[in-house]
Design a protein around this ligand. Structure first.
Ligand SMILES: Cc1cc2nc3c(=O)[nH]c(=O)nc-3n(C[C@H](O)[C@H](O)[C@H](O)COP(=O)(O)OP(=O)(O)OC[C@H]3O[C@@H](n4cnc5c(N)ncnc54)[C@H](O)[C@@H]3O)c2cc1C
Length: 363
């Protein structure tokens, strides 16, 4: 079996892994190992990127390319959340700029191209990866080749596949599901707003996407039998249209194929990470999977990659400790904000979906 040596092995070529590989590749030999073969097709959920991500895109050397990438500038957010009437928040009041609704596939293709240009080696289609400790570092076996490096990074997304192999478990008792579909919308749809609607069983959002599409998503608990009924596109659309805020953006749109994703908060403990051996890090969703209500998952993927890159380049125990403290601060801030957000719709406080969220996830 072929054997190769690298300085850093990154598992998972999503936004987090690609960003880390881009930042490290000019100075380190970086291997990126991805389970998927090739890039996926069709629109993908996870499309809102805040304006605060611009400096991170600049650091990755892609800001200009990104601006030309056909992403839509975010418009206002209109929310029926704390009260039963729409509250309008204009994007121009965000000091970091309005942000974007992404062509998510195009975004990831851009990041992948950049990581490879920077010099990272990408090996995709690796369905079964085995990791082990090896001579004080890490060894990764894909079945057809064996790789080793002193640093191993889990960027496998929500599943935290590498951390799990090493015996770590996420706090994950939040049963939030996201049911969604990508509706065909008229080309040049002038409605650039993000619409957010709380109801007794969960919450909705809808935003226009590049490429004449509109995402419509509903978040509810996996043990709520309602979701079985809503798996039919026409029923889903009719249910959304009961809310005037959504109905006005959904006029004349036809039902589309339904998709479903787990979406609840799930977090690794940074202290537990330190316990599995030197040179192991987790970034992006593999470290903290945020609730989509935060719209911060992609930002966190890029920011945690930048923080990890600083620690890996510095190469000292102190730098690693600083990175872990930074990540702990991110977790604390996220949980406080998450809790405050779900306390908002107090009028639904008697319903299980909202009652469940009076406690922090993992508590
Ligand atoms: C319903 C929903 C809506 C969302 N909306 C938003 C939003 O509006 N804005 C926002 O910022 N974020 C949003 N997010 C979150 C956002 O999509 C994620 O935070 C982001 O994709 C995380 O990037 P990542 O690189 O950490 O993980 P991923 O994007 O999950 O990438 C992980 C990669 O690792 C690969 N992989 C998995 N297992 C293995 C393995 N064992 N070995 C090798 N490779 C592996 C996967 O194939 C994938 O390519 C949303 C998420 C959901 C579920």
């Amino acid at each position: 079996m072929a054997r190769h040596t690298y300085d850093v092995m990154v598992c998972g070529a999503g936004p987090a892994g690609l960003a880390l590989a881009t930042l490290l590749a000019p100075q380190r030999r970086v291997l990126l190992v991805e389970r998927r073969a090739g890039q996926g097709e069709g629109p993908r959920i996870g499309e809102s990127l805040p304006g605060a991500a611009a400096p991170l895109l600049h650091r990755l050397g892609v800001l200009e390319r990104f601006r030309r990438g056909g992403h839509r500038e975010r418009g206002p957010a209109i929310a029926v959340w704390d009260i039963d009437t729409p509250v309008w928040k204009d994007a121009i009041f965000d000091p970091a700029g309005p942000g974007w609704h992404l062509d998510r596939r195009g975004f990831e293709r851009m990041l992948q191209r950049r990581a490879q240009e920077a010099g990272a080696t990408l090996v995709d289609g690796c369905r079964h990866i085995r990791v082990d400790r090896h001579q004080g570092g890490w060894q990764l076996d894909t079945g057809s080749a064996r790789y080793s490096a002193p640093v191993l990074v889990d960027a496998t997304g929500r599943a935290s596949g590498i951390a799990r192999q090493l015996g770590l478990r996420k706090s994950a008792n939040d049963p939030l599901l996201c049911l969604h579909s990508f509706l065909d919308s008229p080309p040049g749809d002038p409605d650039s707003a993000m619409r957010i609607q709380a109801d007794a069983q969960g919450w909705w959002y809808s935003v226009p996407l590049p490429g004449a599409k509109r995402v419509l998503a509903y978040h509810l608990d996996s043990d709520n039998p309602l979701w079985h009924r809503l798996k039919r596109g026409a029923v889903f659309l009719a249910h959304a249209r009961q809310h005037p805020l959504l109905a006005e953006a959904l006029t004349d749109l036809a039902p589309a194929r339904m998709q479903c994703r787990p979406a609840g908060t799930a977090m690794l403990s940074v202290e537990a990470l330190a316990s599995v051996g030197d040179g192991f890090l987790a970034i992006g969703d593999a470290l903290y999977t945020f609730d989509p209500i935060s719209s911060q998952g992609l930002f966190h993927s890029l920011a945690s990659a930048a923080s990890a890159a600083n620690a890996i380049v510095a190469g000292s125990a102190e730098a690693l400790q600083r990175h872990r403290q930074e990540m702990q601060a991110v977790a604390d801030q996220y949980l406080a904000h998450w809790h405050g957000t779900y306390q908002g719709p107090a009028r639904f406080g008697g319903y299980p979906f909202w009652q469940r969220r009076q406690r922090l996830p993992g508590a």
